[in-house]
Design a binder for this molecule. Structure first.
Ligand SMILES: Cc1cc2nc3c(=O)[nH]c(=O)nc-3n(C[C@H](O)[C@H](O)[C@H](O)COP(=O)(O)OP(=O)(O)OC[C@H]3O[C@@H](n4cnc5c(N)ncnc54)[C@H](O)[C@@H]3O)c2cc1C
Length: 272
């Protein structure tokens, strides 16, 4: 994720959705049959997935979701709409969260081409343009019971996925910072002022040294978080704090890089 976002935040975003928001819930909450059917194709990239939680009227508070399912024989009938869904226009499957007749949040896999299901693209985003974003619209969509996640109920399902994605974004932010640092370092070696490269002055060297120190601190912190995650000991709060801290660090590095360039050189994620 660090290296992907070093190139472009949109690419990292797509990979985060594929891995943390689509493959992870199928792996964690899916049936054996679902795992066998979808995971190899998602892993190889033959299938693209998307994750439908946010709705037009419910973003920060997904518990208010209106998308719903009602039982009908061997299927559930899905109605509602999801908004700001990464990959949706190109996705082969969607992991969708909806409320059942008891008001419990359930997760399910909806395949592209199911009658009543469409995924129009959202045009004109101001940033993250290498990542395609769209809606998910469900009009009396028949989702076979075999496509439901059998056990998981409530917000815990989608929130556990978001925690996984946040860990990846914590690495992504470091990649964005590295892109700023690399570009500032290169420029400091090329730009001649007062008859020498500006990197020859101690003030510029101090700035670069501080930048790489902060980046290295973030790498070590996030590496440790990964070790804890491997042992199932990383808490959601630790993951959120790591992401927040690394994103703030990346913004500071972007400001420092501006001092060296004299103009804003934002990493891809901030620039677009
Ligand atoms: C490029 C992009 C890709 C996305 N991809 C996906 C995806 O793949 N799947 C998916 O399900 N969703 C996706 N989202 C949706 C994203 O998760 C939501 O945008 C997010 O949850 C915020 O919801 P909202 O945009 O409706 O903002 P709102 O919830 O309407 O918030 C608006 C503002 O109010 C603030 N606010 C809200 N509640 C409070 C509060 N209690 N106290 C103080 N301030 C508050 C927010 O911080 C924000 O500044 C994507 C969004 C974008 C922009």
């Amino acid at each position: 994720m660090q290296e992907l976002e070093r190139g472009d935040s949109g690419i990292r975003s797509m990979a985060s959705v594929q891995g943390s928001l689509v493959m992870f819930p199928i792996f964690k909450y899916g049936t054996e049959e679902q795992k066998r059917k979808y995971l190899p194709k998602l892993g190889s990239g033959e299938f693209i997935g998307c994750f439908g939680l946010t709705e037009p009227n419910h973003g920060s508070n997904p518990n208010g979701m209106e998308t719903n399912i009602r039982e009908d024989g061997d299927a559930y009938i899905l109605n509602g709409a999801k908004m700001w869904i990464t990959n949706s226009p190109v996705a082969d499957i969607a992991v969708v969260w909806a409320k059942d007749e008891e008001g419990q949040i359930r997760g399910m896999i909806v395949e592209k081409g199911t009658p009543g299901f469409s995924a129009p693209e959202i045009h004109g985003k101001w940033s993250l343009r290498a990542s395609v974003t769209g809606e998910l619209v469900f009009e009396d969509v028949r989702v076979p019971k075999n496509n439901m996640f059998p056990e998981i109920r409530g917000l815990k399902g989608p929130l556990s996925c978001l925690s996984k994605a946040r860990y990846g974004i914590a690495w992504g932010a470091i990649g964005a910072a590295l892109d700023c640092y690399d570009s500032a370092l290169r420029y400091s070696q090329e730009r001649i002022q007062f008859d020498r490269p500006i990197g020859g002055f101690q003030l510029t060297q101090k700035k670069l040294a501080e930048m790489i120190t902060e980046i290295t601190k973030a790498q070590l912190l996030t590496f440790r978080l990964g070790q804890l995650a491997n042992e199932h000991r990383a808490t959601p709060a630790q993951i959120s704090m790591a992401k927040r801290s690394n994103v703030l660090m990346a913004l500071d590095i972007a400001r420092e890089a501006r001092q060296i360039h004299g103009v804003w050189v934002l990493p891809m994620s901030f620039r677009r």
